[in-house]
Structures are given as C-alpha cells and as structure tokens.
Design a protein around this ligand. Structure first.
Ligand code: PSU
Length: 302
C-alpha cells in the first residue's frame, strides 16, 4: 500500500471514527488567485469543522500524498509556482518522482478512497468541453466518478463546459447525477442550466443512504451531488453567457489546450466579470462544504 501522510487533525479524526470531508487542491493552485485561494481554503476547512466534520485537504508535497495540510503547507502551496495539476494519470508519477502537485477532482477521489474517506466537496467538476467533437477534450473526472466510490458535492459541471454532453457521458458511465433541492442541474455560477437533473434528493440522509445502497449492491463508482449556488450569490446565466463565449473564443485563438483550458477560462472570466465570478465561486464552495459535512455526518450515523 502507498504510504499516506495524514495530518494530526485527520489522524485523530480517523482514530475517533469522526466524519471526514476530503477537499481538493487544484482549486487552490489553478482555480483561484493568491491570496483569495488560501483564504478560501481556510474558510472551507473551518466551514467543515463548524458543520460537525473534519476537513482533509489533499495534495502531493515533495512526493508525499498528504491527507490534511497544515496552515503552513496550505499557505506555501497557495503561492507556489508551476505546481503540477494531477489527475489519475499523473498522480503516481508525481509521487514516484518526489514532486509537488495539486489534486483535481479525479486525483482527490482516488486519494480520499485510499484514505477511507467517502465524501468530498469541491466547486465544480470537469466535464465535456465545448467543441469536444473536434478536440476530444473530456475531463478524466467523469471516468473517475464511474469507478471510485466517493460522493462528490459540486455546484454542477462548470458553466464553461458543454453541460448536456457532460450529462450524456455521465449517463453512459452510470454515474448518478443528483440535484439538491431543485429539479434542474445547477450551472456552477448560476442556479439553473435549463436542463432537468436525472435525479433529485433533498436531504443529506437520503444522499448518504443512496451511496450506502450503491456499495451494498456491489456497484462501482461514486455519486455526483449537484448543489446549487445560494440565490444571493449567483450570477445570472444571461449575464455570463457572452462572457463565457468571449473567454472561449480567446482560448481558441490562443491555442490553449488540454489541462490549461479550465484555468485559462476561469482566469479570463474572473477578469471579465471584475472579480464577481470569484466571489460566486467562493460562495458555492462554502455551500458545498456545508452539505458535504452533513452527508459525512449522516454516513457516520448510518
Ligand atoms: N472547482 C472549482 N475550481 C476548479 C476546479 C474545481 O471551483 O479549478 C478544478 C477541479 O480540480 C477539477 C478541475 O477537477 O478544475 C477540472 O479540470 P479539467 O477541466 O482540466 O479536467
């Protein structure tokens, strides 16, 4: 078995059988600018504690797979340059070569599962990119949801993606996409995508029970919990649509490809909305951390 480097807080929680919520690190290194990235990561960790669970932020630091980071580790990761963005393919290479990398949704799911953690909160999952019929750009997050048994709480696929195609792929892969408290799939910065969610559950208890039933049936894979951004924090999709279109055009014109696409688009949308997209991103992550904590608590109770 690979050696896991647990923080003192996470180790104690494991020994005491307390609920734990995994958190990713790509959102810190590639999803938000410094210093908001570190501040947000700290607030998200505190939000998990305030809701009765223990946060485990996951990253690879100098080849060690860390489950839970200290304040110093978080602070230096948030300012480090050229940190690798790790998915399923890169995670073992980064560990084997002693390098430092941030875990995406896919790599965080793998690491959380190795650490015995079954709930994970993030902002938005990767998915099928617009123009994927040409570029074939489909995030490895989707395959991971199909094979690794972790419940991922997100505010839906990011609105920069092709949401209908993302849902089609998830359906093909047998991943339950469960909207919370509404019938439509949320679209990250906006509450509505105009697309009905395949499934809806309104309580953390039901979400935990659905995951436990899946496991009891011997079905592989996780669940995608699509938790809409709070109303007060959303950016209307009509406002965002032209901004996303412009950012996508610029990405195409500049030949941005593969792993660089999502960070480029998030960065440009931040500039074009004069920071509003970041405020919404922070609010939705906090909202997801709260729900994930409730699910982790329900898991422990069941
Ligand atoms: N959620 C956010 N911001 C992010 C991400 C999630 O609010 O930056 C990251 C996650 O790590 C996710 C990645 O796995 O974006 C998707 O990248 P790609 O589209 O290259 O698969």
């Amino acid at each position: 078995m690979i050696q896991l480097n647990f923080s003192a807080e996470v180790r104690a929680a494991k020994e005491a059988g307390q609920p734990i919520v995994a958190l990713e690190s790509t959102i810190i290194t590639h999803g938000m600018p410094f210093p908001q990235n570190v501040e947000t990561a700290r607030r998200v960790e505190q939000c998990v504690r305030d809701n009765g669970a223990v946060p485990a932020t996951i990253a690879v630091l100098n080849g060690e797979l860390c489950i839970g980071l200290s304040a110093d580790q978080l602070n230096s990761l948030g300012q480090a340059k050229d940190v690798a963005k790790l998915s399923r393919a890169d995670l073992p290479v980064c560990i084997a070569t002693g390098k430092t990398g941030a875990t995406t949704v896919a790599a965080t799911m793998i690491s959380a599962h190795l650490a015995g953690i079954s709930v994970f909160a993030t902002g938005g999952i990767g998915g099928v990119h617009q123009g994927a019929e040409q570029s074939f750009d489909i995030s490895a997050d989707l395959q991971e949801l199909a094979q690794t048994p972790v419940t991922v709480v997100a505010a839906g696929p990011k609105a920069i993606l092709d949401i209908p195609k993302t849902l089609e792929v998830l359906e093909t892969l047998g991943v339950p996409v469960i909207a919370v408290g509404q019938d439509q799939v949320p679209a990250f910065w906006s509450r509505h995508s105009g697309i009905d969610a395949p499934l809806r559950l309104d309580s953390a208890t039901d979400i935990a029970r659905a995951a436990q039933t899946r496991a009891a049936m011997g079905l592989s894979g996780g669940q995608l919990i699509a938790n809409p951004i709070p109303e007060a924090d959303e950016i209307a999709s009509e406002v965002l649509r032209p901004i996303i279109a412009r950012a996508l055009e610029e990405a195409n014109a500049q030949g941005i490809e593969a792993k660089k696409v999502t960070p480029f688009l998030l960065g440009r949308i931040f500039e074009l909305t004069e920071g509003k997209s970041l405020e919404a991103n922070i609010a939705l992550v906090l909202n997801n951390a709260r729900l994930a904590s409730e699910i982790a608590v329900a898991f422990s109770a069941g």
